[in-house]
Design a protein around this ligand. Structure first.
Ligand code: ATP
Ligand code: MG
Length: 419
């Protein structure tokens, strides 16, 4: 006998039989319980009077014969009711009546009783499981860096300001500067971290609080070493989800193909050329626009590539910390795109103190604001680089989600600060 707990998501009365589905902890699919009036009239009475959303526990055993395709059949006994909803649920947790995205986001915490919603959350956890496993196996140490910071890595426009006693502070956009500082002592680090970005626009691929898998690695020869780590990590994650979350993928109707490395690499300048050939107007000095990113995805898909790197971004489009090539025009920055969407940015960093100060000035920033960071570069920082891989962006592409808001339970965007 096992004690199993959960919530009723579906109830069916057929003749003298009550069938209920319970969303519980062990499985993604519900427990299916059958109660026969003739066998236990008292229990049948109790069950048939319970409403959808009731929280209960029961003692039961897996049925020897599994006939239901909707869930896992159990033979149950001793039902204990713990909480009954005060009013009908605002959403259909059985999944029969789909909710609009807005309602879904508002009540996601109850909708997670639905196997499909639960499958998304489980795969989110599975991605992190895989990432930690891969990185640990490859000698990366998990770290934590402050989320209240004095300066941003990506420039001022997208920083959330806050009052920190008598100082102005910000919520961290990226652990960039701090993970680089840790390179002073630990050659391989990673952090699973929120990014706070005050981007005012509303898009299907931006959140104001999103999560990333952020990696930094020292003693590299070039950004190629970083791209190797990133592609191996992403391939590991996708293949891990494919083999360990088969049931969830099936529920979500996702057919995930195995991923092989290396991923295709194209230079930024080549990407611009390819887009121009397709009749697109693109800038050769700025980051690619959303439309261009998407178009490039189509071009690459035709050639058979879902995952591809865009390398050697122009200096005019990057943060100050990327290493510049000798020509001064291009850098060792790359993006990783997945089906027409940027899922990661990374590259080799500038580790030479004087070059770094110069780069900060050239970007119109004040080296004094970065003193705490620059200081670290005086004590033997080797060539290094890293990347930030967006968790919700990766989920969007693995699961074919049309909006990034589907990938996170509590959404922080331009209009949502609750729940
Ligand atoms: P974009 O140009 O698409 O807005 P970005 O280049 O500003 O993204 P990076 O600073 O490169 O973003 O951050 C690293 C990764 O973190 C991105 O590739 C993306 O996957 C994820 N990311 C960054 N900002 C957001 C956001 N606002 N919402 C969701 N994911 C984000
Ligand atoms: Mg980027």
């Amino acid at each position: 006998m096992e004690r199993i707990c959960g919530w009723i998501i579906r109830k069916k009365l057929v003749g003298r039989v009550a069938i209920i589905e319970i969303s519980g902890d062990r499985y993604t699919k519900p427990y299916v319980l059958v109660f026969k009036k003739d066998r236990n009239p008292e229990e049948y009475e109790l069950i048939q009077g319970l409403s959808i959303g009731t929280a209960l526990c029961f003692e039961g055993e897996k049925a020897r014969e599994q006939k239901s395709r909707r869930g896992i059949e159990y033979v149950a006994d001793k039902v204990e009711v713990y909480a009954e909803p005060l009013k009908p649920l605002p959403v259909d947790t059985s999944g029969k009546v789909p909710a609009l995205l807005d309602t879904r986001i508002r009540y996601r915490y109850i909708l997670l009783r639905n196997p499909l919603e639960k499958a998304i959350l489980k795969i989110r956890a599975g991605i992190l499981e895989a990432a930690r496993e891969y990185l640990r196996k490859n000698g990366f140490l998990e770290i934590h860096t402050p989320k209240i910071v004095a300066a941003g890595a990506e420039g001022g426009a997208t920083l959330f300001q806050l009052q920190y006693f008598e100082h102005r502070a910000y919520l961290s956009q990226s652990p960039q500067l701090y993970k680089q500082m840790l390179i002073a002592s630990i050659p391989r680090v990673y952090e699973i971290t929120p990014y706070f970005r005050a981007e005012k626009f509303n898009t299907i691929r931006h959140l104001n609080e999103s999560w990333g898998i952020d990696v930094e690695q020292a003693f590299v020869k070039s950004e190629e070493d970083i791209m190797n780590t990133l592609e191996e990590l992403v391939a590991y994650i996708i293949n891990y989800v494919r083999t360990n979350y088969e049931e969830e993928l099936e529920l979500l109707n996702v057919e995930l193909k195995p991923v092989h490395t290396p991923f295709k690499r194209i230079k930024f300048a080549e990407a611009i050329e390819m887009l121009e050939t397709e009749g697109m107007k693109v800038s050769s000095t700025e980051d690619v626009t959303d439309a261009a990113e998407k178009k490039l995805g189509e071009i690459m898909a035709e050639k058979g590539y879902d995952l591809y790197f865009i390398t050697k971004f122009p200096w005019s489009s990057t943060g100050f910390y990327y290493m510049r090539e000798e020509d001064g025009i291009y850098t060792r920055k790359f993006d990783l795109d997945y089906k027409g969407l940027e899922i990661a940015s990374g590259g080799q960093r500038e580790h030479r103190y004087y070059k770094l100060v110069e780069a900060i000035r050239e970007k119109g920033l004040d080296p004094r604001d970065f003193e705490f960071y620059l200081e670290a570069f005086k004590y033997g920082i080797p060539p290094h680089g890293g990347f930030g891989l967006g968790l919700e962006r990766l989920m969007m592409k693995i699961l074919n989600l049309s909006n990034i808001r589907e990938a996170i339970v509590f959404v922080r965007d331009r209009t949502r600060l609750v729940p």
